[in-house]
Structure formats: structure tokens, C-alpha cells
Design a protein around this ligand. Structure first.
Ligand code: C2O
Length: 547
């Protein structure tokens, strides 16, 4: 591979959407941010200079960061923030990965405007396991608030309740014609008849899983989370925040007499469910010179999307995703398991803190894993781990099982008060882990897109209701399970994953719904060094920000 240099200046930029202008945090003044393009095996040196009044970190979502955890980016997990006026070079090599990923800010809620695509092409002279597309197009989904980001965060953090929902969903930063004052801010994709396009779908929205569909067109799913999958056809894609999905779009052979809406809108479960709005992009056919009709005046053909709470469709879609599992692209599912974990993920309450104004008997909404709501430390866990200074920073007693058993998907227990703490699980190098995550119905069953840093995992099982350790375990798919970095724990259901802890460092795992992350639905795995020379975390770079 080669070394590629990028310079990311974090700076404010005025952007107008929905007829209102506001100043947002951006990279190089671009919204969405610049595209990173590399090949498998390349090394990236991305110099980030902070020119705004906020602390910043960037995360390369889905990049494995083998032994290079210092470049992973989650604030106070692998690094202290880059402060105003400071710079930090993210230095990492792309090992064994190709496809679509994305980068985003990983501190507070800054990722609402600070995100962009990562495109990893296969090594030179190697090709896709599907027909070479005519063109490749990143499609980033996002959310837009009219209020400034600070106001949105404060509202969410200080009321102890759910945040205000966004004013619009966006496609490549544009809300589209279904919103007031937004018709000119519509993403347009022009295609040539008969050609095949690779759409690199990225869900960078803060708090919503999304259904996506294109009127009167079929999509072929070929890759998820930068891993090839067994191709399958679908009209509707479900994509959670943190997930990426590559689909092939075959343009019709003749120029049709309409344009087609590319539509996305939320799949929403849980107590704050709502049927909100739809963001629209427009798929247009390039007209041949002979046809006179202006594509502007053509009717817009819209797709039919599932109901906002259609969990049956959501589960069916997720279960369709399978690894290629061929000789060339094997699925390296850990066959033996060294350690088993059972984590409940869900909401609960915590006592209201002093700077908050909570309504409910001085409690606030919170979330946790095995009843532990994670407390962000003041110095980065990775630093504490590397320098053997964990005392007073984190404890290693993260529970491997929930503190008490109950009917997780039935009536919630009386006491829904969570504990809080900065707790981690420590794993010896190369531990093979099996983890079942069970959604709880405390404050309502809800789908949680869980994201693991530092690893891809295999989704060996998934179902509704309470996980049954005998029946369900016997049915695990160890042949061709999906390999990914983010998986939706089904609303009122469970998911089972396996991964090999072959990457020394400290690795964050959290719900990729920003509000749930803020409420504490997160934890960290500490993977110790192995014995071999290549089994150790590299030392920290000299420019690593200090707290
Ligand atoms: Cu996409 Cu912890 O992040």
C-alpha cells in the first residue's frame, strides 16, 4: 500500500437549510465532510487542526485500527480531545478491509454535522465479487436541526428526557422537496439507461434507524459494513446509525417517463416513537438527445416504505444478510468460545444531577448495559491502561451477566434504577468471545444499534422475545453469519455475536443512537497485549492530546 495524506481543518461554516442559516462545525468548511479514498493496505495520515471553540476528536468508524488504538478517536476512551488551536495526526493502516465506512466526530453530539464517507477500494488489480459498476455514489443520511447544536445538546442533556426530534432528515446534507423551503436543497442522481451504479449508503443520522427505497427500482445488497455479503435483491433497505450498506442499482434500459424518489424515513421503536417525515433525493435519467421532454417536469414516482414501527420487516431484512463465505472471502467465525457474556441493553432511570431540571421525581432517563450506566472518565482509558494507571480511572468489574433475572421482554421489574460507573471487561489477547445482547422492555421495547470499536463481529443469531440459552444457542449460524461492526438488537429481542479479541487496546462498545450513548448505553473492553512482537499495542504518538 501507499501513504495518503489528508488535512482536516475543523472550522465553523455558515450553512443554510430550511430557510435558516446557522454556523456549524465542519471539516474544511464542507458539509457533509470530505471523502476519504484509499485502497486496502494503504496507510492514512490525517492531520486534524482544531480551529473551533469546542473540543474535538474524530473516529474512523469501522476501521479496525489493528494495534493503533491511539488513532481510533472516541473522546476519553482512546484519547483526550484535541483542544482549540491544537492539532493531532491520526495515523493508521487499513488492514484486511475494503468497502464503505465513514468518519465522524466522536465527542458530545458534534457528529451531527461532522461526518463524511470513507471509501476503501480493493487492492490494485483485484476486483469486486460482483459486476464492476459504471459509477459509485456515496449516499449519506443525516439529521438537521434548525436550532444550533449546543441548544440541541443542552435540551437533551438537561431535561432528563428525550431530545427534540430533528427538523429534517437529509441525503448528502440535503433535506429534499418534502420539507418547507427546501426544494432547491435536493440531492439529484443522474443515471444513464442500462448502466449499473454502486450506491454506498451510510447512516450518519444521530438518533434514527432508517428505511430507504427508490421508486420502482430494485436494489441488490452486495456489502455491509465493508464486508461482502451474499447478494440479495430488495426494494427496501434498513440501515441503522453506524451501518453502511452497498447496493447495486441497475438503471432501466430505456429512459422512463418519470423521475424516481430516493426516500428515507425512520424505523422508530420505543417510548418516543413517531412517524416523522421523509427525506427525498431524485433519481433522473439522462435523456437521449432526441427526446425533448425536460426531466424537471416529469412526474415523481415514490416508493412505498414500511410503517414506521414495522419491526417484522426490520428483523426479516437483518436476517437476510449473510457473509459470502467463499474460498476467496471466507467467514472466519470463531468455532470455539473462551468466554460467554450476556448483556441486557435498555433504558432505566438515574437520580437527577445538580445541573439538570428533571421532571419525574428528580429522576432522569438513562440507559445501561447490565444495569450499569457508563460514566465518562476524565482521562482516556487507553492512556490509563497503557501506563498502568487505571486506579481512580476505571474498574475491571463490569458484570458478565445482568444483576438479576426477569422477564426481559415482559412486565418491567419494580426497581428500574440503574447503577453508574466506569467499568470495563478485561480480556487476554486472542480470547474468543460470545456475547448475547438482550433488549429489555423497561420504559418500552426498543431497537438498539450496538457498535463495537476495534473489531468486526459475526452475527450468529438473532430473534424476538427472551433469549433461550439452550434452544437458541443450538441454532447459531457458524457457517455464513453476517460480519459487521454495528448490529441492531431487535426491539424486544436479542442478538448473539462472536468475535476474536486479537486487537490489543481499549475498545468502546455503545448504542449508536446518540441519545442512548449520552444516557450511558456504552461500555469498554480492554484487550491485553499478547506475547508476540506483533501482538502488542504500539506506543502512543508524541502528539497525542493531553487532558
Ligand atoms: Cu460511529 Cu463509537 O462510533
Amino acid at each position: 500500500g501507499i501513504t495518503r495524506h489528508y488535512k482536516f481543518n475543523i472550522k465553523m461554516q455558515n450553512v443554510t437549510r430550511l430557510c435558516q442559516t446557522k454556523s456549524i462545525v465542519t471539516v474544511n468548511g464542507q458539509f457533509p465532510g470530505p471523502r476519504i479514498i484509499a485502497r486496502e493496505g494503504d496507510r492514512l495520515l490525517i492531520k486534524v487542526v482544531n480551529q473551533v471553540q469546542y473540543n474535538v476528536t474524530l473516529h474512523w468508524h469501522g476501521i479496525r485500527q489493528l494495534r493503533s488504538g491511539w488513532a481510533d478517536g472516541p473522546a476519553y476512551i482512546t484519547q483526550c480531545p484535541i483542544q482549540t488551536g491544537q492539532a493531532y495526526v491520526y495515523n493508521f493502516t487499513i488492514t484486511g478491509q475494503k468497502g464503505t465506512l465513514f468518519w465522524h466526530a466522536h465527542i458530545s453530539w458534534l457528529r451531527v454535522t461532522v461526518y463524511g464517507p470513507i471509501v476503501i477500494l480493493p487492492r490494485r488489480h483485484s476486483s469486486y465479487p460482483f459486476p464492476q459498476p459504471f459509477k459509485e455514489v456515496p449516499i449519506l443520511f443525516g439529521e438537521w436541526w434548525k436550532a444550533d447544536t449546543e441548544t440541541v445538546i443542552n435540551q437533551a442533556m438537561q431535561t432528563g428526557g428525550a431530545p427534540n426530534i430533528s427538523d429534517a432528515y437529509t441525503i448528502n446534507g440535503l433535506p429534499g422537496p418534502f420539507y418547507n423551503c427546501s426544494a432547491k436543497d435536493t440531492f439529484k442522481l443522474k443515471v444513464k439507461p442500462g448502466k449499473t451504479y454502486l450506491l454506498r449508503l451510510i447512516n450518519a443520522a444521530l438518533n434514527d434507524e432508517l428505511f430507504f427505497s427508490i421508486g420502482n427500482h430494485t436494489l441488490t445488497v452486495v456489502e455491509t459494513d465493508a464486508v461482502y455479503v451474499k447478494p440479495f435483491k430488495t426494494h427496501i433497505v434498513l440501515i441503522t446509525p453506524g451501518q453502511t450498506t452497498n447496493v447495486l442499482l441497475k438503471a432501466k434500459s430505456k429512459v422512463p417517463k418519470s423521475n424516481f424518489a430516493m426516500a428515507a424515513r425512520p424505523y422508530a421503536t420505543g417510548p418516543a416513537s413517531f412517524d416523522n417525515t421523509t427525506t427525498i433525493g431524485i433519481l433522473e435519467y439522462e435523456k437521449s438527445s432526441s427526446s425533448s421532454k425536460n426531466s424537471q417536469n416529469l412526474p415523481l414516482l415514490k416508493p412505498v416504505l414500511p410503517k414506521f414501527n414495522d419491526s417484522t420487516y426490520a428483523l426479516k431484512f437483518s436476517k437476510q444478510i449473510r457473509s459470502l463465505a467463499t474460498a476467496k472471502f471466507p467467514a472466519k467465525v470463531p468455532k470455539k468460545v473462551d468466554r460467554q457474556f450476556f448483556f441486557t441493553v435498555g433504558l432505566g432511570i438515574l437520580p437527577c444531577s445538580q445541573n439538570q431540571t428533571c421532571s419525574n421525581n428528580n429522576t432522569r432517563a438513562a440507559a445501561g448495559v447490565n444495569n450499569v450506566s457508563f460514566v465518562q472518565p476524565n482521562i482516556a482509558l487507553l492512556q490509563a491502561h497503557f501506563f498502568n494507571q487505571s486506579k481512580g480511572v476505571y474498574t475491571t468489574d463490569f458484570p458478565t451477566n445482568p444483576p438479576f433475572k426477569f422477564n426481559y421482554t415482559g412486565t418491567p421489574p419494580k426497581n428500574i434504577m440503574l447503577n453508574s460507573g466506569t467499568k470495563v471487561v478485561v480480556l487476554p489477547f486472542n480470547t474468543s468471545v460470545e456475547l448475547v445482547m438482550q433488549d429489555t422492555s423497561i420504559l418500552g421495547a426498543e431497537s438498539h444499534p450496538l457498535h463495537l470499536h476495534g473489531f468486526n463481529f459475526f452475527v450468529v443469531g438473532m430473534g424476538v422475545g427472551n433469549y433461550d440459552p439452550k434452544k437458541d444457542h443450538a441454532k447459531f449460524n457458524l457457517i455464513d453469519p453476517a460480519e459487521r461492526n454495528t448490529v441492531g438488537v431487535p426491539a424486544g429481542g436479542w442478538v448473539a455475536i462472536r468475535f476474536l479479541a486479537d486487537n490489543p487496546g481499549v475498545w468502546f462498545m455503545h448504542c449508536h443512537l446518540e441519545v442512548h450513548t449520552s444516557w450511558g448505553l456504552k461500555m469498554a473492553w480492554v484487550v491485553n497485549d499478547g506475547k508476540g512482537r506483533k501482538q502488542k499495542l504500539l506506543p502512543p504518538p508524541s502528539d497525542l492530546p493531553k487532558c
